[in-house]
Design a protein around this ligand. Structure first.
Ligand code: BGC
Length: 549
């Protein structure tokens, strides 16, 4: 592979949730050989990299986000040789691989936790966050877990509580402990030596808690509304300033960056949730000494309204400084974007294309989630078909994650949409996705899939889209617009966020001409030079090669 230090800057990264991508061995669960099988498809999209959700050894209580051995591939996904082959074959096609490291917590089945919970004196006694009960026996403070109830669980052996931000089977590592950090750096070395191109750092905002274990205050009216969870989650009643999102994580990030810099061309991508995730993401990426990029929940949690989109982009730009963001509008933790927007069924395609154009024209890198290139809506699963403990605990208010994790529809005619030949899959294939299968879209030049390919190609051709500045224009609802700009080119990017036709007048600061071939499917037309008529969810790009000063 040739060296390209900044390959991640402006890259399009395709997220694979391996359980639901392709199942090659017929056990109903996707696997690493399945990803390898689809490398040509991935290359045909024009993406730069894939991020693979965890495939490490795990009891799968949180479907891989509960790791019991950081160096082993879980047998349901294959073998380390499968990963090695996948990596080589991806590299041959010019695709980088980012793996998902879950270092905020382990599984309770990890041998470190077995040792740690055995006594208060063993050599790993403080590898996790242990604390005494209050005098009345209740947990040490008011911190809550994302997945419901207190963030503390009692352990009868040590007669102490341990901290967990997610399930009680996901005990939080004590990242204040230098021995734990040393072990984490060794794990990083193992994968970097193998040749992976970077890490997505899971739940980075939960890494370093307040060492004094102070209570989180109550969230009051003017505080930021958290985007990384639904408001039906009682955690949203708190301002999470002590349990997570503390500034103490920054020194860790800087050490990790310095360490990873020893391997050329690698990148670190952090997940920044918590209260005000934009501010946190910004603090993780500034100064050139921290992460290469981070992603926040501004658009991931949003309904893509005029306010959500324009305010999020403006806020990010104000806070980001010299840092770099990676945008995403869907992932394995959210409701798929066309459903989150409540786009009418007959306009799903138009909405999917508009989000594509919007996401891929922002300043930053972009993570697209498997199936986004097909415009998939969220699968509607019955309660008995849910698998995710989070969805189950918040049902029916938040059936949010499983419906975005159902199997990829590859082939309209095949069992389970071509995802697996097993009689039963780990989570149900959703029948309405058949009509959107790759086999249906592949040969239709007007499909969402083929528009994605064109849009990714367009983004590569236009330096203003990859590297230019961004300036959000003041536009009336529901039109959102921004300008991407280099010294010699200005690209005006305009989106109708509504299912209704809209008219808008182009600004007269420059002479723009419409870029053709990129807005098909959700068309616009220009009348009298500057009057633009947008169809429902229409969008358009207007370029100017000789901008006025
Ligand atoms: C991941 C989730 C996971 C959680 C705990 C996240 O933010 O994206 O899927 O449940 O971390 O690891």
């Amino acid at each position: 592979m040739s060296g390209n230090n900044n390959w991640w800057r402006g890259a399009v990264i395709y997220q694979i949730y391996p359980r639901s991508f392709v199942d090659m061995n017929g056990d109903g669960i996707g696997d690493l050989p399945g990803i390898e099988r689809r490398l040509d498809y991935l290359a045909s999209l024009g993406i730069d990299a894939i991020w693979i959700s965890p495939f490490f050894k795990s009891p799968m209580k949180d479907f891989g986000y509960d790791v019991s051995d950081y160096r082993a591939v879980d047998p349901i996904f294959g073998h380390i040789d499968d990963f090695d082959r996948l990596l080589r074959h991806a590299h041959q096609r010019g695709i980088k691989i980012i793996i998902d490291e879950v270092w905020s917590h382990t599984s309770d089945q990890h041998h470190w936790f077995h040792e740690s919970r055995a006594s208060r004196t063993n050599s790993k006694h403080d590898w996790y966050v242990w604390a005494d009960a209050k005098p009345d026996g209740t947990p040490p403070n008011n911190w809550l877990s994302y997945f419901g109830g207190p963030a503390w669980t009692w352990d009868a052996r040590r007669e102490q509580y341990y901290l967990h931000h997610f399930l009680s089977s996901q005990p939080a590592l004590n990242l204040w402990n230098p021995d734990v950090l040393k072990e984490i750096f060794d794990i990083a070395k193992y994968w970097l030596d193998m040749g992976v191109d970077g890490f997505r750092l899971d739940a980075l905002h939960t890494y370093q808690h307040d060492p004094e274990l102070r209570d989180n205050p109550v969230r009051v009216a003017n505080d930021v509304i958290p985007m990384d969870m639904p408001l039906s989650n009682p955690m949203s009643y708190q301002k999470r300033i002590y349990s997570m999102g503390t500034p103490h994580v920054v020194p860790f990030i800087e050490k990790l960056r310095e360490y990873v810099n020893q391997w050329p061309d690698r990148c670190l991508l952090g997940e920044a949730g918590g209260d005000d995730s934009e501010a946190l993401a910004a603090s993780y990426v500034q100064t050139g000494k921290r992460l290469h990029m981070a992603y926040s929940f501004g658009l991931l949690g949003s309904r893509m309204t005029h306010h959500d989109v324009s305010e999020t982009v403006k806020r990010v730009e104000q806070k980001l400084g010299d840092g770099w963001l990676c945008w995403a509008t869907s992932n394995h933790d959210t409701v798929r974007v066309v459903s989150r927007m409540h786009a009418p069924d007959h306009l799903h395609k138009e909405a999917a294309l508009m989000v594509m154009a919007l996401g891929l024209s922002l300043r930053g890198s972009y993570c697209m989630y498997q199936g986004e290139e097909l415009g998939l809506p969220q699968a509607k699963l019955a309660f008995e078909d849910l698998r995710d403990p989070y969805d189950i605990s918040l049902y029916p208010e938040h059936a949010g994650r499983d419906g975005g994790r159902t199997p990829m529809p590859w082939h309209k005619e095949k069992p389970n949409g071509g995802f697996s030949f097993a009689p039963e899959t780990w989570i149900k294939f959703w029948e309405p996705h058949r009509d959107l299968a790759v086999s249906v879209q592949e040969h239709n030049s007007d499909s969402v899939l083929n528009h994605y390919r064109r849009m990714i190609g367009f983004r590569k051709q236009i330096p203003a889209l990859r590297d230019g500045d961004i300036h959000v224009l003041d536009t009336p609802e529901p039109i959102v617009a921004w300008v991407r700009k280099t010294d010699d080119y200005v690209l005006l990017c305009i989106f109708n966020l509504s299912p209704d036709q809209q008219n808008w007048t182009l600004p007269d600061d420059n002479t723009y001409s419409m870029v053709s071939g990129i807005s098909n499917g959700s068309e616009i037309s220009v009348e009298n030079d500057r009057q633009v008529v947008f169809h429902p969810y229409g969008f358009g790009f207007f370029g100017c090669t000789q901008p006025k000063a």
